[in-house]
Design a protein around this ligand. Structure first.
Ligand code: SIN
Length: 302
Protein backbone atom coordinates (compact mmCIF):
# COMPACT_ATOMS: atom_id res chain seq x y z
CA UNK A 1 0.00 0.00 0.00
CA UNK A 2 2.75 2.44 0.92
CA UNK A 3 4.39 1.99 -2.47
CA UNK A 4 1.30 3.39 -4.20
CA UNK A 5 1.98 5.94 -6.88
CA UNK A 6 2.76 9.29 -5.31
CA UNK A 7 0.32 11.65 -6.95
CA UNK A 8 2.18 14.87 -6.11
CA UNK A 9 5.46 13.47 -7.38
CA UNK A 10 3.89 12.71 -10.74
CA UNK A 11 2.88 16.27 -11.51
CA UNK A 12 5.86 17.34 -13.52
CA UNK A 13 6.10 14.09 -15.47
CA UNK A 14 2.52 14.31 -16.64
CA UNK A 15 2.27 18.00 -17.29
CA UNK A 16 2.52 17.56 -21.04
CA UNK A 17 -0.52 15.26 -20.92
CA UNK A 18 -2.66 18.13 -19.71
CA UNK A 19 -5.82 19.12 -21.49
CA UNK A 20 -6.51 22.79 -21.79
CA UNK A 21 -9.98 24.29 -21.50
CA UNK A 22 -9.98 27.63 -23.19
CA UNK A 23 -6.67 29.27 -22.34
CA UNK A 24 -7.02 28.89 -18.63
CA UNK A 25 -7.88 25.60 -17.00
CA UNK A 26 -5.52 22.66 -17.09
CA UNK A 27 -6.27 19.08 -16.08
CA UNK A 28 -3.18 17.01 -15.35
CA UNK A 29 -3.41 13.28 -14.92
CA UNK A 30 -1.48 12.28 -11.82
CA UNK A 31 -1.23 8.51 -11.82
CA UNK A 32 -1.97 5.72 -14.30
CA UNK A 33 -5.46 4.82 -13.08
CA UNK A 34 -6.85 7.51 -10.79
CA UNK A 35 -6.63 11.20 -10.00
CA UNK A 36 -6.02 14.48 -11.82
CA UNK A 37 -5.13 17.95 -10.60
CA UNK A 38 -7.11 20.87 -11.97
CA UNK A 39 -5.40 24.26 -12.00
CA UNK A 40 -6.71 27.77 -12.31
CA UNK A 41 -10.22 27.46 -10.98
CA UNK A 42 -11.15 29.51 -7.93
CA UNK A 43 -13.70 27.34 -6.11
CA UNK A 44 -14.81 30.22 -3.86
CA UNK A 45 -16.67 31.84 -6.78
CA UNK A 46 -19.67 30.51 -8.71
CA UNK A 47 -18.35 28.32 -11.53
CA UNK A 48 -18.57 29.45 -15.13
CA UNK A 49 -20.21 26.83 -17.34
CA UNK A 50 -16.89 25.82 -18.96
CA UNK A 51 -15.35 25.39 -15.48
CA UNK A 52 -18.21 23.17 -14.34
CA UNK A 53 -17.89 21.16 -17.56
CA UNK A 54 -14.15 20.73 -17.08
CA UNK A 55 -14.67 19.42 -13.54
CA UNK A 56 -17.49 17.05 -14.57
CA UNK A 57 -15.42 15.67 -17.42
CA UNK A 58 -12.27 15.23 -15.34
CA UNK A 59 -14.21 13.58 -12.53
CA UNK A 60 -15.77 11.14 -14.98
CA UNK A 61 -12.44 10.32 -16.53
CA UNK A 62 -10.13 10.25 -13.47
CA UNK A 63 -12.44 9.39 -10.54
CA UNK A 64 -11.02 12.08 -8.26
CA UNK A 65 -9.89 15.63 -8.93
CA UNK A 66 -7.67 17.81 -6.77
CA UNK A 67 -7.36 21.56 -6.41
CA UNK A 68 -4.60 23.46 -4.61
CA UNK A 69 -4.40 26.75 -2.72
CA UNK A 70 -8.14 27.30 -2.27
CA UNK A 71 -9.56 29.56 0.41
CA UNK A 72 -13.13 28.57 1.19
CA UNK A 73 -15.54 29.76 3.85
CA UNK A 74 -18.13 27.14 4.85
CA UNK A 75 -20.75 28.96 2.74
CA UNK A 76 -18.44 28.94 -0.30
CA UNK A 77 -17.70 25.24 0.20
CA UNK A 78 -21.45 24.57 0.29
CA UNK A 79 -22.09 26.72 -2.79
CA UNK A 80 -19.35 24.90 -4.72
CA UNK A 81 -20.76 21.47 -3.77
CA UNK A 82 -24.36 22.42 -4.55
CA UNK A 83 -23.40 23.06 -8.17
CA UNK A 84 -22.95 19.27 -8.53
CA UNK A 85 -26.13 18.03 -6.86
CA UNK A 86 -28.18 18.09 -3.66
CA UNK A 87 -26.14 17.99 -0.46
CA UNK A 88 -26.51 14.96 1.78
CA UNK A 89 -26.60 15.82 5.48
CA UNK A 90 -24.35 13.20 7.06
CA UNK A 91 -26.08 11.60 10.03
CA UNK A 92 -23.01 10.08 11.68
CA UNK A 93 -20.22 12.67 11.48
CA UNK A 94 -20.13 15.64 13.82
CA UNK A 95 -20.92 18.70 11.72
CA UNK A 96 -19.26 22.09 12.07
CA UNK A 97 -21.09 24.76 14.08
CA UNK A 98 -23.96 26.35 12.16
CA UNK A 99 -23.45 24.22 9.02
CA UNK A 100 -25.06 20.77 9.19
CA UNK A 101 -24.07 20.25 5.52
CA UNK A 102 -20.36 20.13 6.49
CA UNK A 103 -19.02 17.05 8.26
CA UNK A 104 -15.90 17.49 10.32
CA UNK A 105 -12.99 15.12 9.66
CA UNK A 106 -10.84 15.84 12.68
CA UNK A 107 -8.05 14.14 14.58
CA UNK A 108 -6.48 15.91 17.56
CA UNK A 109 -2.89 15.32 18.71
CA UNK A 110 -4.04 13.20 21.67
CA UNK A 111 -6.39 11.04 19.57
CA UNK A 112 -5.33 7.75 18.03
CA UNK A 113 -8.11 6.62 15.70
CA UNK A 114 -8.77 8.47 12.46
CA UNK A 115 -11.91 8.76 10.36
CA UNK A 116 -11.84 6.82 7.09
CA UNK A 117 -8.84 4.64 7.89
CA UNK A 118 -10.14 1.56 6.05
CA UNK A 119 -10.69 1.30 2.30
CA UNK A 120 -14.25 2.37 1.54
CA UNK A 121 -16.55 4.41 -0.60
CA UNK A 122 -18.87 6.86 1.16
CA UNK A 123 -22.49 5.89 1.85
CA UNK A 124 -22.60 2.56 0.00
CA UNK A 125 -24.92 1.50 2.86
CA UNK A 126 -27.59 3.93 1.59
CA UNK A 127 -30.36 2.77 -0.77
CA UNK A 128 -29.34 5.68 -2.99
CA UNK A 129 -25.58 5.93 -2.51
CA UNK A 130 -23.69 9.20 -2.63
CA UNK A 131 -22.45 10.60 -5.92
CA UNK A 132 -19.36 12.31 -4.59
CA UNK A 133 -17.61 13.91 -1.66
CA UNK A 134 -15.65 17.15 -1.47
CA UNK A 135 -12.98 17.32 1.20
CA UNK A 136 -11.27 20.64 2.04
CA UNK A 137 -8.11 20.70 4.14
CA UNK A 138 -7.73 23.34 6.86
CA UNK A 139 -4.91 21.88 8.94
CA UNK A 140 -2.70 18.92 8.08
CA UNK A 141 0.42 17.33 9.59
CA UNK A 142 3.75 18.49 8.22
CA UNK A 143 4.30 14.98 6.91
CA UNK A 144 1.78 12.13 6.72
CA UNK A 145 -2.01 11.98 6.70
CA UNK A 146 -2.11 11.41 2.94
CA UNK A 147 -5.17 9.88 1.32
CA UNK A 148 -5.04 6.90 -1.03
CA UNK A 149 -7.54 6.50 -3.87
CA UNK A 150 -8.19 3.38 -5.95
CA UNK A 151 -9.96 3.14 -9.31
CA UNK A 152 -12.87 0.71 -9.38
CA UNK A 153 -13.00 1.10 -13.17
CA UNK A 154 -9.46 -0.26 -13.39
CA UNK A 155 -10.20 -2.97 -10.84
CA UNK A 156 -13.18 -4.18 -12.88
CA UNK A 157 -11.49 -3.89 -16.25
CA UNK A 158 -8.52 -6.02 -15.14
CA UNK A 159 -10.62 -8.99 -14.01
CA UNK A 160 -10.77 -12.06 -16.25
CA UNK A 161 -13.75 -12.41 -18.55
CA UNK A 162 -14.82 -15.46 -16.55
CA UNK A 163 -14.90 -13.62 -13.23
CA UNK A 164 -16.55 -10.57 -14.83
CA UNK A 165 -19.26 -12.93 -16.10
CA UNK A 166 -19.78 -14.47 -12.62
CA UNK A 167 -19.94 -11.08 -10.89
CA UNK A 168 -22.36 -9.64 -13.40
CA UNK A 169 -25.26 -11.56 -11.88
CA UNK A 170 -24.40 -10.85 -8.24
CA UNK A 171 -25.63 -8.24 -5.79
CA UNK A 172 -24.08 -7.40 -2.43
CA UNK A 173 -25.42 -6.31 0.94
CA UNK A 174 -23.89 -3.16 2.45
CA UNK A 175 -24.48 -1.86 5.97
CA UNK A 176 -23.72 1.07 8.27
CA UNK A 177 -24.49 -0.84 11.47
CA UNK A 178 -21.11 -2.46 12.17
CA UNK A 179 -19.25 0.81 11.43
CA UNK A 180 -21.50 3.50 12.97
CA UNK A 181 -24.06 1.58 15.07
CA UNK A 182 -24.20 0.67 18.73
CA UNK A 183 -22.34 -2.57 17.95
CA UNK A 184 -19.41 -0.71 16.33
CA UNK A 185 -15.95 -0.47 17.90
CA UNK A 186 -16.56 3.27 18.36
CA UNK A 187 -19.69 2.95 20.44
CA UNK A 188 -18.45 -0.17 22.21
CA UNK A 189 -15.60 2.06 23.48
CA UNK A 190 -12.84 0.20 21.63
CA UNK A 191 -11.46 3.33 19.97
CA UNK A 192 -11.52 7.08 20.60
CA UNK A 193 -13.83 8.12 17.73
CA UNK A 194 -16.75 8.70 20.11
CA UNK A 195 -17.74 12.38 19.95
CA UNK A 196 -16.53 12.57 16.36
CA UNK A 197 -18.93 9.82 15.21
CA UNK A 198 -22.49 10.31 16.49
CA UNK A 199 -26.06 8.96 16.42
CA UNK A 200 -25.53 5.17 16.61
CA UNK A 201 -29.32 4.78 16.76
CA UNK A 202 -29.53 6.04 13.17
CA UNK A 203 -27.29 3.25 11.84
CA UNK A 204 -30.11 1.01 10.73
CA UNK A 205 -29.50 0.89 7.00
CA UNK A 206 -28.76 -2.17 4.93
CA UNK A 207 -28.76 -1.71 1.18
CA UNK A 208 -28.33 -4.11 -1.73
CA UNK A 209 -26.48 -3.00 -4.86
CA UNK A 210 -25.12 -4.75 -7.96
CA UNK A 211 -21.52 -5.95 -7.50
CA UNK A 212 -20.73 -4.48 -10.90
CA UNK A 213 -22.42 -1.18 -11.62
CA UNK A 214 -22.77 0.73 -14.84
CA UNK A 215 -21.75 4.22 -13.86
CA UNK A 216 -24.77 6.53 -14.22
CA UNK A 217 -22.75 9.37 -15.79
CA UNK A 218 -19.99 7.68 -17.79
CA UNK A 219 -21.62 4.36 -18.74
CA UNK A 220 -18.40 2.54 -17.72
CA UNK A 221 -18.52 -0.58 -15.57
CA UNK A 222 -17.04 -0.41 -12.08
CA UNK A 223 -16.63 -2.84 -9.20
CA UNK A 224 -18.98 -1.76 -6.39
CA UNK A 225 -18.06 -3.63 -3.20
CA UNK A 226 -15.77 -2.24 -0.50
CA UNK A 227 -14.01 -3.60 2.60
CA UNK A 228 -15.63 -1.28 5.14
CA UNK A 229 -19.33 -1.45 4.34
CA UNK A 230 -19.97 -4.59 2.24
CA UNK A 231 -21.11 -7.55 4.34
CA UNK A 232 -21.77 -10.37 1.87
CA UNK A 233 -23.24 -11.31 -1.48
CA UNK A 234 -27.02 -11.34 -1.54
CA UNK A 235 -28.27 -14.90 -0.97
CA UNK A 236 -24.84 -16.04 0.33
CA UNK A 237 -23.73 -16.25 3.96
CA UNK A 238 -20.95 -13.97 5.19
CA UNK A 239 -18.71 -17.03 5.47
CA UNK A 240 -19.46 -18.13 1.90
CA UNK A 241 -18.81 -14.59 0.65
CA UNK A 242 -15.51 -14.09 2.48
CA UNK A 243 -13.03 -15.67 0.04
CA UNK A 244 -14.38 -14.04 -3.10
CA UNK A 245 -14.72 -10.64 -1.42
CA UNK A 246 -11.17 -10.92 -0.08
CA UNK A 247 -9.92 -11.78 -3.55
CA UNK A 248 -11.71 -8.74 -5.01
CA UNK A 249 -10.39 -6.44 -2.28
CA UNK A 250 -6.79 -7.60 -2.75
CA UNK A 251 -7.16 -7.21 -6.50
CA UNK A 252 -8.78 -3.74 -6.28
CA UNK A 253 -5.97 -2.25 -4.18
CA UNK A 254 -3.19 -3.38 -6.52
CA UNK A 255 -0.69 -0.56 -6.67
CA UNK A 256 -1.28 0.15 -10.35
CA UNK A 257 -4.91 1.03 -9.55
CA UNK A 258 -3.98 3.30 -6.62
CA UNK A 259 -2.83 6.92 -6.32
CA UNK A 260 -1.73 8.88 -3.27
CA UNK A 261 -2.55 12.52 -2.49
CA UNK A 262 -0.43 14.67 -0.19
CA UNK A 263 -2.54 17.38 1.42
CA UNK A 264 -1.60 20.97 2.08
CA UNK A 265 -3.83 23.52 3.81
CA UNK A 266 -6.18 24.79 1.09
CA UNK A 267 -6.16 21.52 -0.89
CA UNK A 268 -9.50 20.15 -2.07
CA UNK A 269 -10.25 16.60 -3.23
CA UNK A 270 -13.52 15.88 -5.05
CA UNK A 271 -14.06 12.16 -5.58
CA UNK A 272 -16.69 10.05 -7.27
CA UNK A 273 -17.97 7.46 -4.82
CA UNK A 274 -19.20 5.14 -7.60
CA UNK A 275 -15.84 4.73 -9.34
CA UNK A 276 -13.27 5.00 -6.53
CA UNK A 277 -12.37 3.83 -3.05
CA UNK A 278 -10.37 5.94 -0.60
CA UNK A 279 -8.39 5.42 2.61
CA UNK A 280 -7.02 8.08 4.99
CA UNK A 281 -3.56 7.10 6.25
CA UNK A 282 -3.15 7.29 10.02
CA UNK A 283 0.63 7.73 10.22
CA UNK A 284 0.90 11.08 12.04
CA UNK A 285 0.31 10.47 15.75
CA UNK A 286 0.61 13.58 17.94
CA UNK A 287 -0.45 16.09 15.27
CA UNK A 288 -3.76 17.69 14.34
CA UNK A 289 -5.47 17.02 11.01
CA UNK A 290 -8.68 18.92 10.24
CA UNK A 291 -10.73 18.82 7.07
CA UNK A 292 -14.32 19.68 6.10
CA UNK A 293 -16.33 17.23 4.01
CA UNK A 294 -19.52 17.69 2.01
CA UNK A 295 -21.22 14.71 0.40
CA UNK A 296 -23.46 14.99 -2.65
CA UNK A 297 -26.50 12.79 -3.27
CA UNK A 298 -26.42 10.28 -6.09
CA UNK A 299 -28.94 8.09 -7.90
CA UNK A 300 -30.08 4.49 -7.59
CA UNK A 301 -27.48 2.00 -8.87
CA UNK A 302 -29.85 -0.93 -9.28
C1 SIN B 1 -13.08 10.17 4.49
O1 SIN B 1 -13.04 8.97 4.47
O2 SIN B 1 -14.04 10.80 4.06
C2 SIN B 1 -11.90 10.96 5.02
C3 SIN B 1 -10.76 10.91 4.09
C4 SIN B 1 -9.57 11.67 4.61
O3 SIN B 1 -9.62 12.18 5.73
O4 SIN B 1 -8.58 11.76 3.91
Amino acid sequence: MMSATNISGKLAANHDRSKAYGREISVRKLSPSVGAEIDRIDLSRPLASHEKLAIDEALGRHGVVFFRDQNLTPDQHIRFAAQFGPININRFFKSIDGHPEIAEVRKEPHQEANIGGLWHTDHSYDQIPAKGSILYALEVPEVGGDTLFASMYAAYEHLSDGLKHTLQGLRAVHSSRHVFGAESKTHAGENDLKGRILNPELATQDAVHPVVITHPDTGRKALYVNPNFTLRFEGWTAEESRSLLSYLYDHAKREEFVGRFQWRPGSVAFWDNRSTWHLALNDYQGERRLLHRITIDGVSLS
